[in-house]
Write a protein that binds this ligand. Structure first.
Ligand code: ADP
Length: 443
């Protein structure tokens, strides 16, 4: 393994993993910190599991044949001390598994508060690694996130003028990242300006070394194009720690290849064919998912609706759903959905309570997922972040090999512990025909 990534949320983890795969690194995402010591011997993978790279692995074992491993945490908005503790535990596991370089991945809108968690986690990782300094760069030009003179832009707007200013948990009211990061860090924060980066990797590296010699701990790096990200990748290839959004990952595989550490793999996104039946589970009520469910039904495909009120009343909804699905599974993929329009969701929540309604649906989706896989489903599309979490947990999936993107930010993935392909879509992602499109891409 070359790169160990600590990501502060699940979809962010998938995002950076997709970037690495795209650039030719075979990448595995683990969900949470594996329980087992990576040095412990791994039992052989079950029959039929494993991609051309040999993806056999189990919970806690170092994924065999992966160039990069991304640990997905849920640490973005938890108390800073907990985020630090979890990140350090992830670091220990990744180092024990052989990672040469560590990448702390956060959001491209630098989601944080004066209490953290970007500064405290970055400084704790630096201390633990015995490293003097790391860059901090959320730039992701393809998604309109650019950093210039230390100021973060979202499209044409300063971060502080964008919708992020009203974020319920991490309102970003200052676009000056040096100031934002300094407010949540103990050590000095400085800026690596674009005019230096424009002179190339050697100039950037010299400048970073001079800042480190002055005692600077974190350096906000400008980047407005993919070329800037490649310069940063090359300049930081020997750093113990990089802190960034997913953009900087774009420049690393080429830098590793130039060092002879990595043979970039044109088949990095290849996943094993698993055969079996296919299904879609949707527990997201976002605008995009409502459109996708409607599109599926409008095109005459079968769907079974899970009604939270019926669940609350004790009706055997899961059994009904399974009977519906099993009658059709051999012929065509079936959708099971709780997806509803906002007014309907509000009404149900008013009746059952927000939490109870959510839990009833998540539990039902988890049961359906388990029964479907038992019934031979091997390709499963899941819509909804929380829903995906519930399904992955129910299926006892702890690690995923990352494949090709279906739509930006949503790749196909392969479970490492069983022959199962999963497309885990967070609410607002994907085109209107996402479900059929996804299922058309894998066998
Ligand atoms: P998203 O990624 O769109 O936010 P999530 O799965 O994270 O989707 O969250 C959707 C939440 O809404 C889940 O807790 C789910 O159980 C719940 N839910 C799904 N359908 C309904 C419904 N019809 N009424 C109330 N809650 C629902």
């Amino acid at each position: 393994m070359i790169l160990g990534v600590i990501a502060d949320d699940f979809t962010g983890a998938t995002d950076v993993a997709s970037m690495l795969v795209r650039e030719g690194m075979r990448t595995v995402q683990v969900i949470g910190i594996p329980e087992q010591d990576p040095q412990a011997a791994a039992p052989p993978p079950p029959e039929g599991v494993g991609s051309p790279g040999g993806a056999g692995s189990t919970r806690g074992a170092p994924p065999d044949g992966a160039d990069a491993v991304v640990v997905a945490l849920k640490s973005r908005t938890i108390p800073a001390a907990d985020a630090v503790a979890q990140s350090l535990a992830a670091l220990r596991w990744l180092k024990a598994a052989g990672a040469r370089q560590i990448y702390f991945k956060y959001c491209s809108t630098f989601d944080s508060t004066p209490a953290g968690n970007i500064g405290p986690v970055a400084e704790a990782l630096l201390d633990a690694l015995g490293a003097s300094m790391a860059i901090a760069c959320p730039a992701f030009p393809e998604n309109g996130r650019t950093v210039f003179r230390g100021h973060l832009f979202v499209g044409d707007q300063l971060l502080s003028d964008s919708g992020m200013r009203d974020h319920p948990l991490t309102p970003m009211t200052d676009a000056n990242l040096v100031r934002v990061l300094q407010a949540q860090s103990h050590g000095p924060v400085a800026l690596l300006r674009h005019d230096v980066i424009a002179r190339g990797a050697e100039a950037a590296r010299t400048s970073l070394m001079a800042l480190a010699a002055d005692g600077v701990r974190l350096v906000v790096a400008d980047a407005i194009t993919n070329d800037d990200l490649r310069v940063l990748g090359e300049a930081c290839v020997d750093a113990g720690l990089i802190t960034a959004g997913s953009g900087v990952a774009l420049g690393l595989p080429a830098a590793y290849a130039a060092r002879g550490w990595l043979q970039r793999d044109a088949q990095a996104a290849a996943l094993p064919a698993v055969g079996g039946a296919a299904a879609v589970l949707s527990g997201s009520c976002s605008v995009a998912t409502n459109g996708q469910v409607q599109h599926w039904l409008d095109s005459g495909r079968p769907g079974f609706r899970i009604d939270p009120r019926a669940l609350a009343a004790g009706t055997p909804v899961v059994e009904q759903a399974l009977a519906f699905v099993q009658a059709r599974l051999a012929q065509e993929p079936v959708l099971v959905y709780a997806t509803a329009e906002p007014a309907e969701v509000k009404a149900v929540q008013a009746e059952l309570g927000v939490e109870r309604a959510g839990q009833l649906v998540e539990r039902a989706m988890a049961e359906v997922a388990r029964a479907l896989v038992d019934a031979g489903v091997r390709r499963l599309v899941v819509a909804g972040g929380e829903t995906s979490g519930a399904v992955v947990q129910a299926l006892d999936v702890h690690a995923l090999r990352i494949g090709a993107p279906i739509d930006p930010g949503v790749p196909w993935t392969a479970a490492l512990n069983r022959p199962l392909l999963l497309a885990l879509k967070s609410g607002n992602f994907g085109s209107v025909d996402f479900f059929a499109k996804a299922l058309g891409q894998v066998r």
